[in-house]
Ligand binder design. Sequence first.
Ligand SMILES: Nc1nc2c(ncn2[C@@H]2O[C@H](COP(=O)(O)OP(=O)(O)O)[C@@H](O)[C@H]2O)c(=O)[nH]1
Ligand SMILES: [Mg+2]
Length: 413
Amino acid sequence: MIVKKFQAPTETEAILKAKDELGSNAVVLNVKTLKQRGIFRLFRKDVVEVTAALEENEFISNMNAAKHQPASPKAGSTFTAVVDEKLDVMNDSAVIEEKLDSLHNMLSQQMNKGGAPSPAVARAYEEMAAAAEKEPVSQEKQTKENNNSNFKYLQLIYNKLIDNEVNEKYANAIINEVSGSIKKEASIDSLLGCVYQKIILKLGEPVYMTKGDKPKVIMFIGPTGVGKTTTIAKLASYYKLEKQYKVAFITADTYRIAAVEQLNTYASIIECPVNVVYSVDEIAQSLEDFKDFDLIFVDTAGRSHKDKEQMLELHELRDMVAGLSDTFDLECYLTLSATTKYKDMLDITGMYADIPDYRLIFTKLDETCAYGNILNIRMATGAQLSYTTTGQNVPNDIEVINEQAIARQLLGG
Ligand SMILES: Nc1nc2c(ncn2[C@@H]2O[C@H](COP(=O)(O)OP(=O)(O)O)[C@@H](O)[C@H]2O)c(=O)[nH]1
Ligand SMILES: [Mg+2]
């Protein structure tokens, strides 16, 4: 969403400026008169500031359309008609009284394109309206105007979250929390700031691997093909080459010969030893070989979370390592592809729910632009976020999750 402010001596001129720059589908979010203060009052007139918004893709298509055909001010757009009509009657005082309501309706129409208002926004609005009615008549109108604009802003923010595939349940929860604490008169910027902070709080401080007092076993779990082995190679290269830690590999992925070869290839490039374990019992012996190492990466088979037997084996493997806690620390990383549907992700996390304290890695962010699932799964599991990966290049395409960038992305960049 593009939000811009336009100033002019009158509201009519400010709206025309907005329309000129953003195009006919722009939505007026707020109108306010900026009074000059102090000494400036003597030299400058008051100005009217209009805050207008437009969906980014509409902005781009407007720009493209402008390139290809001359823009006509009355080019058959309903918004153009409504604004022009509004401008014609702006001097009629009775109509001015209706101004905010009609702007509100116009925005509702825009929003209804994307479905009904969010229950949380509707509830917030009803509560605000009820509170306004209790106020003295003189304040009621002002409060109603403020409520209308807060309602519009919240709905725009809610729509953006839904666009980015934040699940409705969590989008409503965030809007609920924000609407409980907003002041009567809030700007789009302060509401965005408030929602941004809530999202950052919900994403939580990300965690990353560190060397401990004991050798650390780092176990990668997750569905087939999400990028577990590739991510292990990225992290192992970093810790071996940049940090000079002693790094070793164990692979329990013996279902596919190619999987063992894949890990062997990475291991030989960075000169790290690899053990292959064919049964759960062999893991203890294998770890014993590496008890002088700092980090021991354990790659598990790309298990289908729907295969109960394979899942049982994975649990046994994890429990066996956890049982060696006198000698080894254990960290588990559940690896998920950001391109997986939310419903499937819930199925997957459900199958790993018995594994305590796993951390989350999201791969393939380069293949999607909707990051909602990162927030959804963080909220659904309560697991801490750790890394995101953005491509096939080893060792480059990985970083500790940047929660601020994710929050910005969820709110439209
Ligand atoms: N686009 C993209 N591809 C990735 C990423 N991580 C891994 N891959 C690719 O996904 C495929 C499966 O990776 P692999 O590590 O074998 O998955 P595993 O079965 O979970 O071990 C390979 O082709 C990887 O190159 C990523 O962040 N982005
Ligand atoms: Mg693998």
